[in-house]
Design a protein around this ligand. Structure first.
Ligand code: NAP
Length: 258
């Protein structure tokens, strides 16, 4: 069978892992990319366990040489590339602007923004070669609809910039039959808290309470990774053939409330 081929970054956990598994279950061969080998191998093993096709790829999304090597390995294995999910990201350090260190700011920019650039920089030539394709960038409600997350200035800057990139590139890439969209999740249960450091919250917190919780559609509970994965799969599919340059909010209404 001639399968479509997808690359998913940050696929060792959370939204990326759920997306890789969901795409594989729907017939994609998947490049499962992350910078922790054991985690991407575990995701690839889950896919093999459901008789899906996957290759585990270890790379830091911000490092060009590692990303080029990973894409080369994916092409060597599956021969083509049709879809890209630029998902890898960190919350990084959340702190008052006068306390946030330059290297803390830079790390968030490197992973979330330069990592997105690098993912697209090394994969778009392959989509062009395939005659078209589809890209989804995982942004956030932070920086697009929501500005109340304490101290998250570096994070919101990267997430806003990702949507700007999607809008700009939707026009540049349309002539190559490449669609590009963003998903903007609200609070989703993942491992991202492990990549979060919060300092000086008393200086940055916005004093607001939501007695019924922050996510209207669930009665307050956070979303699940698969809630985002299914929207990503739709945006990559032919059912979304007339959708490009669009930020799609997957937040149960949370961004409108906050
Ligand atoms: P997660 O569970 O922490 O997953 C992120 C994955 O990306 C991890 O496997 C992580 O690996 C990997 N990663 C981090 N830095 C990387 C790098 N430099 N190179 C390659 N891989 C890297 O978090 P998640 O919640 O699924 O986050 C996925 C995306 O969703 C992020 O872009 C995030 O901003 C966005 N998002 C999440 C939420 C939420 O509430 N969870 C809300 C809005 C948007 P390690 O664990 O080994 O570092």
């Amino acid at each position: 069978m001639n399968r479509s081929v997808a690359l998913v970054t940050g696929a060792g956990s959370g939204i990326g892992r759920a997306t890789a598994i969901h795409l594989a279950a729907n017939g994609f061969a998947v490049g499962v990319l992350g910078h922790t080998s054991a985690d991407v191998e575990a995701t690839a093993n889950v896919i093999h366990g459901i008789n899906g096709c996957a290759i585990a790829l270890t790379a830091d999304v911000a490092v060009e040489g590692e990303m080029r090597a990973a894409v080369a390995a994916l092409l060597h294995r599956f021969g083509r590339l049709d879809a890209v999910v630029a998902n890898a990201g960190i919350n990084g350090v959340w702190a008052p602007i006068d306390d946030l260190k330059r290297e803390e700011w830079q790390r968030t920019i490197d992973v979330n923004l330069t990592g997105t650039f690098m993912t697209l920089h090394v994969t778009v030539p392959e989509l062009k070669r395939a005659g078209g394709g589809s890209i989804v960038v995982v942004s956030s409600i932070n920086g697009t609809r929501t500005f109340t997350t304490p101290g998250a200035t570096a994070y919101t800057a990267t997430k806003a910039a990702q949507v700007a990139m999607v809008e700009q590139l939707s026009l540049e890439l349309a002539r190559h039959h490449i669609r590009i969209n963003a998903v903007c999740p609200g609070e989703i249960e993942t491992n991202i808290d492990a990549n979060t450091a919060l300092r000086g919250e008393e200086e940055t917190a916005i004093p607001a309470v939501w007695p019924d919780g922050q996510v209207p559609i669930t009665g307050g509970a956070p979303g699940k990774s698969v809630d985002v994965a299914e929207v990503i799969a739709f945006l990559l599919s032919d059912a979304a053939r007339h959708v490009t340059g669009a930020p799609v909010f997957v937040d149960g209404g949370q961004g409108l409330l906050r």
